[in-house]
Design a protein around this ligand. Structure first.
Ligand code: DX5
Ligand code: ZN
Length: 221
């Protein structure tokens, strides 16, 4: 399917050196967004950081913060991330039974709203509600940890979303998250992805900004 936009590359600071976060972010000037992974040790087994770190990141960069909440009770916490400077707040549909209301709330604060799905969650149940969202994150690993292997079967979800979004003329970004690297990004691009999260492939590289450029070039092919 045809791409809708120039590929968006969103390095995930989950894979950065937390003692040097400002320098790590400054080392990827060609990134489009910064992806901020919030893990609470409950929705996923791992713990990362919270809204104070998100706010600190916002202070050191002008890039839009793509805040991926892998947490229980997102209703209780979204305002903290909005206040911290998120450009888009993405919560998991498995963590709430009020996904439309929550998206409306986020948008009412002038912030973009997104939802994400675990690999085992079908997209079909959410297609009727797409108009309430600005972004969908398709997880191509089980959420919780960086550095896992890409799950190509998740691209079926991307293809479904691409078709429905294009048919309805919706303005929604399809983002893929997990295991994106120079060897996997082209298949994601072919399936119709607009935005690519990359943690270890960027911050694990010797030259993080060169890795961003390479990923964008491959996704643009
Ligand atoms: C995983 C996170 C990802 C993670 C990706 O639960 O949502 O954003 O940082 O890391 P890589 O790119 O290393 O798979
Ligand atoms: Zn993420």
């Amino acid at each position: 399917m045809a791409q809708q936009r120039k590929p968006i590359i969103a390095p995930s600071i989950l894979a950065a050196d937390y003692a040097r976060l400002g320098e790590e972010i400054a080392a990827v000037p060609d990134a489009d967004w910064i992806h901020v992974d919030i893990m609470d040790g409950h929705f996923v087994p791992n713990l990362s950081f919270g809204y104070d770190v998100t706010r600190a990141v916002h202070r050191v960069t002008d890039k839009p913060l793509d805040v991926h909440l892998m947490i229980e009770n997102p209703e209780k916490w979204v305002d903290h991330y909005i206040d911290a400077g998120a450009a888009c707040v993405i919560f998991h549909v498995e963590a709430t039974d009020k996904h439309v209301e929550l998206a409306q709330h986020i948008r009412s604060k002038g912030v973009r709203a997104g939802f994400s799905l675990r690999p085992g969650t079908p997209i079909e149940d959410y297609l009727d509600d797409l108009e309430h969202f600005d972004e969908v994150i398709v997880m191509s690993v089980e959420p919780g940890f960086g550095g896992q292997s890409f799950m190509p079967d998740q691209l079926d979800k991307v293809r479904t979303l691409r078709r429905v979004i294009d048919e309805r003329g919706l303005d929604i970004i399809i983002e893929i998250d997990g295991g994106i690297s120079a060897t996997t990004i082209e298949q994601a691009a072919e399936a119709g992805v607009d935005a690519y999260v990359a943690g270890s492939a960027v911050f694990g590289a010797d030259e993080p900004n060169a890795a961003v450029q390479e990923l964008r070039a491959l996704a643009s092919k």
